[in-house]
Design a protein around this ligand. Structure first.
Ligand SMILES: [Ca+2]
Ligand SMILES: [Ca+2]
Length: 120
């Protein structure tokens, strides 16, 4: 028995390289190239088994799981703020900074930091 894995779409899955291979004698699928959830998180492939005379086909769907591999990024590199002296209404919020994260894996992937003026 011989096994072949291929992308059913022309042009190698829409021009995207398939990062998986198959051992043609055993049907074992393996990761051949680095995976990146943020680039692509699902692959729809086709597996063909051939006995030399007849073929059978099965669909293979591979879902990539997200890991925390990107650092959070602030919306801007510098925040400047001017605060009046002698502020009486304390605590007073005066600046909010937000950082985002390409990873979806952690629910706290969006950070919001509010700096609160506690005393002057
Ligand atoms: Ca992250
Ligand atoms: Ca990730």
């Amino acid at each position: 028995m011989r096994y072949h894995l291929y992308s059913p779409l022309p042009n190698g899955d829409g021009g995207l390289k398939v990062p998986f291979g198959v051992k043609t004698d055993s049907g074992v699928i393996f990761v051949r190239d680095a995976l990146d959830y943020e680039e692509r998180n699902v692959f729809f492939l086709e597996m063909v088994a051939s006995d030399g005379k007849y073929n059978a086909t099965a669909s293979v769907r591979i879902f990539i799981e997200d890991v925390n591999d990107n650092a959070p990024v602030f919306e801007q590199p510098l925040y400047e703020v001017t605060v009046d002296e002698e502020e009486r209404d304390l605590p007073k919020e005066f600046l909010r900074v937000i950082a985002s994260d390409r990873d979806k894996v952690n629910i706290e992937s969006c950070y919001s930091i509010t700096i609160i003026l506690l005393s002057l």
